[in-house]
Each structure stands twice: as structure tokens, then as C-alpha cells.
Design a protein around this ligand. Sequence first.
Ligand code: GLN
Length: 498
Amino acid sequence: EEIQSPAAKGHPKGLYVLFATEMWERFNYYGMRAVLILFMTKALMFDKVFASNLYGSYTSLVYLTPLIGGYIADRYWGNKRSIIVGGLVMALGEFVLFFCASNYNAGGLSTLLFFSGLGLMIAGNGFFKPNISSLVGQLYPKGDRRTDAAYTIFYMGINVGGAIGPIVCGFLGDTGNVFDFKWAFLAGGIAMLLGVIVQLIFQTKYVVTPEGKPLGLVPKDAPKAMSNPVLIILGLAAFATLMIGMLYVEAKVFSFITYLLLASVLFIAFIIFSDKTLNKIEKERVIVIFIVAFFVIFFWSAFEQAGASLTFFAEEQTQRDLGFVNIPASVFASLNSIFVVSFAPIFAWLWIKLGKKEPSSPTKMAIGLFLLALGYLWIAFGVKDVSASVKVSMMWLVGMYALHTCGELCLSPIGLSLVNKLAPLKFASLLMAVWFLANAVANKFVGILSALYPPGIAEVKKAADAGINLQPILTKQVTPTAEELTKLKDLKIPFEYQ
Ligand code: GLN
């Protein structure tokens, strides 16, 4: 039976408080992410292989820590505190990155600052993201039919932030002058602080249960010590240090996080399948969730190339000059969110219009994967004759992002509600974690795949500085000498060294 609380026509004000907070947070996350790979390759002078792998490891951890942040909120901190704490830690991460980018050629120190900034972003996101999403549902009575609409509105908030962040950070930071990257991180940090301020001002008053009682408070049975500010700060510092340490280890081997992800999957599967109280049907449903999560990995691995290989493509191979303005490569990262905001109403209308003919959830997921593939097929046409120094029209990237977004709108909402419907109550949060974990694995793949991006103009320049003419070597008109090969290897230029 469908319930609607009598007081409310439309949506509770709390939804708009969460909308605004999430919008500023996504501005912060996607804004910094848009310039991240360019900052690594152009300012920090990391080679593409290293930068791609580090990028994938970073975004992978960003999706892994919500498992911990969700757990700590449920037991010790409650949603509200976790959101504020997480937001502040992320803002701090941006400011550390700002500092790093202001002194980016400070040798070992700048590496420490860079990894610290990323580690703080990872730790903060872990506390922020799962808790803000779960508050949205708690604004409504169980079974209220406005909940789906609430999540759709919230998803708009995500994407308004995801659209504006890369535009602002891209124009400020990705200017061609490597000293400007710092402004992108500063803008991200300020945006995050605005999100925290929105929470501090409006949270207690508006983010409440349908009966008007406070939401997301510290659980009653939580030990008092867990609310001691000194312990909270020490705990956070320890957690952030752990993340920074993990990035250091990962940067040495680039397989550590892969094992961590594998271990997490096995651990969760073990907890669920060793539970004696689940019956056969419940276990089969859990298996369905795992299968769906498995396919979703392939979707996000290709989709989330946006911040990595596709940013290289925008930077090096795309004609971005409109005559009156030169669009920075990082700004292309906003296209997905712009298309989400524009297309979502069309898809909502389409599903209603189709009525009984609306495709089933598995069919929609398959359509989503198909559209993703179609997007890459589209861009493959555009680049089939491209070489390092050739630039193609931006319609190839724009069209691809449009197709990818249509895929996202088919697949992404379905996945979450499928998990909601199929998960046995006892493991609802843990199986939501499986969904995040699929994202984490996918983002790790993003880095591995992006590392395969072929040498481009950046490498041609780098080689020229070392006295090598790379262009004819890349087009196989000239075979490199043994000495040149060693030099290219030293420069870490990805190349087929046979
Ligand atoms: N763009 C959405 C967000 O940031 C979804 C991304 C994802 O699930 N990988 O929340």
C-alpha cells in the first residue's frame, strides 16, 4: 500500500538542503577530477602510464571507503556528523592540493603533498557519500511513493554539481599555464565548504523525519568515547594517514589495491553465503545481485574513462578552438552531467509513454551496455585515421558522451533499485556496499585501460627535448636505434618495444 504523509504536498524542505549540499560536494569532486590527470601529466610531469594507474587507484579507493564510512555512521557517528566531518576532510584535501599545486616543483615534498591531498579526499568521501544518499530516503515514511522522485531530484543535484564543477575548475585551472592548476583545487575546496555551511545552517531544522523528529543522530548505544572531539580528530588523522600510505604502496607496485578489492569481494561473499538463516531463494537473489554487479563493472570501466584516457583525447586530439573561446580539455568532463540533466526528463517520459511495453530491468541494463558500446563505436569512426599530431572535430567526443549518458540513464537507476528489491533485509547495507565495490573495481580498471593510451603530442615534445624525432618512429617510417630505444624507455614513453 502506498502512503503519503498528510502534511506534505510536494517534497519536504530537507530534500532541497540535501540537494544543495550534494551539488556543492559533486562540484568539488568532479571539478578536481576533471583537471587531475592533466595536473599529473603536465605539472607533476608523471608519464601517462603512471598517471593513469594512479588515477584509477585514487578513484577506486574513493568508491571503497564508503563501505567503512557507512559502517561507522551506522554504529557510532550517525549520518549528520559523518557528512559534516567528511565534507571538512574533503575540503582540507582540496586545500592541500591547492598548496601542492602552488609549489608543484618542490621535489619529494610536492609528492607528499599530492598524495596527502588525494588521501584526504578519499577519506572524506568515505564519510560523506553513503550518508548523504541514505538521508534522502529517511525524509519519507517507509513505502512513500515520493521516494523514487526524491532520488531522481537528488540525482539532478549530483549532476548540476557535476556539470558546473568541471566548467569552473576547467576554465580556472586548465589554462595551458601549469601554475594555474591550483585555482581549480581552491575552487573545489571553497565549493565543498559551501556544502558544509549549507548543512550547518539548515540541517537541524529541515533534515528531519516525516514527524519532524531529528534525523541521522548519533546512535543511542554508541560508546560515549566515539563522540569525543579529540578522539574523532585522531581517528580521522589515522584513517587519512592509512589512505595516504596505501597510495604510496600502490604507486610502487600498482597491484596492491587490486588484491584489496578482490579480498573485499570474497569477504562480503563469505559473510553472506555462510549465513545459515538465509533460505535458498534469498541466496539465489544475492547471486543475481553479484551477477548484475559483475556486468556493471564493465559499464563503469568504459564510462569512467571520462577523467582519464578521454581527457587525454580531449587534450591532444580534439579541436577545441571555437574562434571566440578555446575550450579547455577538462571542461569536456562536464558533458555527461549536462546531458543527464537534459535527457533525464525525456527518459522519464519515455518509460511512462511505453506503459506496459516498458522494457524489464535486465533489458534496460543490456540497452545501457549497448549504448555505451555504441558511443565508443561512434568515436572509433572519428579517429580511425588519426595520428599523434592530428586533431578531430569535437562532435566525436560530444556525440560519444551523449550516447554514454543515455546508457547511464538506462542502467544506473535500475541497478540501485534492483539491489534494493532483491537484497534480504538483513544484508541490505552490505549488498549496497557490493554496488559501491563494483564501482571501485571498475575505477581500478579505468586506470589500467587508460594506461594503454598511445603516445601523443606530449610524448613527441618530450622526446624532441631529448633529441629524438618521435613522429616518424610512431608512424613506423623510421626504426629507432638501440640508443634511442633506451632513451625512450627512460623517458617512460609508452611504446611497442619489440
Ligand atoms: N555520477 C553519479 C555520482 O557521482 C554516479 C557515478 C557512479 O555511480 N559511478 O554519484
